[in-house]
Design a protein around this ligand. Structure first.
Ligand code: DX5
Ligand code: ZN
Length: 220
């Protein structure tokens, strides 16, 4: 099994030293940088927006993986693409027009990702899988870092991976929430290919070594 791509989430980074924290993740070999954008409506928390993305872009060549936790996500696609996003993830639950928003993302040249909450079944994705570049399965309720992994989500990852294989599709399967050196292995075995990790990386004594550990335990 080839290694998983690691996406450190800057939600748990030191906001007073963001550039430094991002550079640490790049030097440690993290292929992605996960950027959680929250509006205080879709989720009960506020984080940051496009100016942070723009400010970080010159300091990293990583894949900027923007996880939009906002109402009216269609209003932010062009702005984020312009600011330097590579992947834009939109919640299935955030819009009645998910198909259109995914098309809108692809039109900007970014990779389109659909995200599902823990309470949303994989079956809603059936008619989207030919359009998307990635699916993000939330393994906690969205809104906050540092929550406990929901083991019930593993069966959803397996189900999605089975459909992916049956239909011979190539989208990434990303997991987000409660990822550590144990849960990442369970997710990998279930079929996940990209793992977001926030508090496990940035609340550790040595974030660089922690990213390397996540690579090691998943086979890199
Ligand atoms: C939660 C965010 C996550 C968060 C993960 O809504 O989407 O990306 O940063 O944090 P941990 O890894 O601490 O669960
Ligand atoms: Zn996230």
């Amino acid at each position: 099994m080839s290694g998983m791509k690691i996406a450190p989430s800057i939600l748990s980074a030191d906001f007073a030293n963001l550039q430094k924290d991002v550079e640490i993740t790049a030097q440690a070999g993290a292929e992605y940088l996960h950027i959680d954008i929250m509006d205080g409506h879709f989720v009960p928390n506020l984080s940051f927006g496009e100016p942070i993305l723009k400010a970080l872009r010159p300091h990293s060549k990583q894949i900027f993986d923007c996880h939009l936790m906002v109402d009216n996500p269609e209003d932010y696609i062009a702005i984020l693409a312009e600011a330097g996003a590579d992947v834009i993830g939109v919640h299935y639950e955030a819009t009645p027009h998910i198909y259109r928003v995914l098309q809108q993302i692809k039109e900007t040249g970014c990779k389109a990702e659909v995200v599902i909450n823990p309470g949303t079944p994989v079956t809603v994705l059936t008619d989207l899988l030919e359009v998307v570049d990635a699916v993000l399965i939330m393994t906690v309720n969205p809104g906050f870092g540092g929550q406990k992994f929901l083991p019930g989500m593993l069966s959803k990852i397996k189900e999605l991976n089975r459909i992916k294989k049956d239909r011979k599709l190539g989208f990434e399967i990303e997991v987000d929430g409660g990822i550590n050196d144990k849960t990442i292995i369970e997710c990998q075995q279930a079929g996940a290919t990209v793992a977001v990790a926030g508090s496990f990386v940035f609340n550790s004594a040595n974030p660089s070594a922690t990213i390397q550990l996540l690579h090691e335990v998943t086979g890199d």
